[in-house]
Write a protein that binds this ligand. Structure first.
Ligand SMILES: Nc1ncnc2c1ncn2[C@@H]1O[C@H](COP(=O)(O)OP(=O)(O)OP(=O)(O)O)[C@@H](O)[C@H]1O
Ligand SMILES: [Mg+2]
Length: 267
């Protein structure tokens, strides 16, 4: 079966590497090292992890982190079922037992007391002590921890502690260079190559507005969204304004400057 967005199933989730990240994660997986992916929103972190899980032949368990996430949400808890208390593994514990890849998305959103449960898993011990049950689970072969975050946000207090950071091999991802990004946009949105190249060119010009105060610049994801609108028959200027320009800012001056760039590129 062919999924339009990922290509033939046997090829796995589509991911075009931008450097040596595939080899690095393969080596980390073989060596039992945890990985930290850093990069702006929409640059392909999640897709990369999906691709690597497929490539390594491991199940993928994803947790989206937020500030209410507790250690129990990760590790597990006792539940009352038919007058009985039964232990239920959380997603991290399941991944440790199954030898899955556990992907913690936006990990800096989680509180420190939640994040520390990762520590014994990320050094030579590769164990998960479960305080509530007294059990110590040894990580099954193939288990790997991958965390990701976007270092661009202003977060002051929300940062990883050095004792956490230094347990991970860090990989910096960024937007691909123009030819690669155009190939991704064409493939993911279904627009023809020429339109994809033009959308990427627009993306590049909009990204240079960062110096003029644009806090958030368009990601590959936004360019793909514009491409999808174009592929469905919407005019390219309307598509760019709706899918790329408007989501980026509410500031009238910046919006005006961005629309001018769109008009100049697609007269
Ligand atoms: N190198 C790439 N190869 C293939 N597709 C890519 C690549 N980079 C980005 N994409 C596309 O961009 C979209 C957004 O990427 P993804 O969701 O992985 O970003 P992200 O870095 O996880 O963003 P966020 O930080 O917001 O979660 C993907 O759905 C995919 O279509
Ligand atoms: Mg993501």
């Amino acid at each position: 079966m062919v999924d339009a967005r990922t290509g033939p199933a046997e090829a796995g989730p589509y991911y075009l590497p931008t450097g040596n990240e595939v080899e690095v994660v393969e080596q980390c997986h073989a060596g039992g090292l945890a990985v930290m992916l850093k990069g702006p929103t929409g640059c392909g972190k999640t897709r990369f992890v999906e691709h690597m899980a497929w490539r390594l032949g491991r199940p993928l368990i994803t947790v989206s982190c937020h500030d209410d996430l507790t250690a129990s949400d990760l590790v597990g808890r006792f539940l009352i079922r038919h007058d009985e208390t039964v232990w239920q593994d959380g997603p991290l514990t399941r991944a440790v037992r199954e030898g899955a890849i556990c992907y913690l998305d936006e990990v800096v959103e989680a509180r420190q007391d939640t994040i520390v449960v990762l520590h014994p898993l990320t050094d030579y011990r590769r164990i998960l002590p479960i305080d509530r049950t007294g059990e110590t689970v040894e990580a099954a072969p193939g288990f790997q921890l991958v965390i990701s975050y976007n270092p661009g946000y202003q977060r002051m207090l929300k940062d990883l502690k050095p004792s956490t950071r230094q347990r991970f091999v860090a990989i910096e991802l960024d937007f691909p260079e123009p030819a690669a990004e155009a190939a991704i946009v064409a493939r993911e949105s279904g627009v023809e190559q020429g339109t994809a190249v033009a959308l990427v060119e627009l993306g590049g010009r909009l990204r240079s507005l960062r110096d003029r105060g644009l806090a958030e610049v368009p990601s590959t994801r936004l360019l793909i969204a514009a491409g999808r609108l174009v592929a469905s028959g919407i005019g390219v200027r309307d598509a760019c304004n709706a899918a790329v320009v408007s989501p980026l800012s509410d500031d009238a001056t910046l919006l005006g400057a961005m629309r001018e760039l769109v008009d100049a590129m697609f007269p």
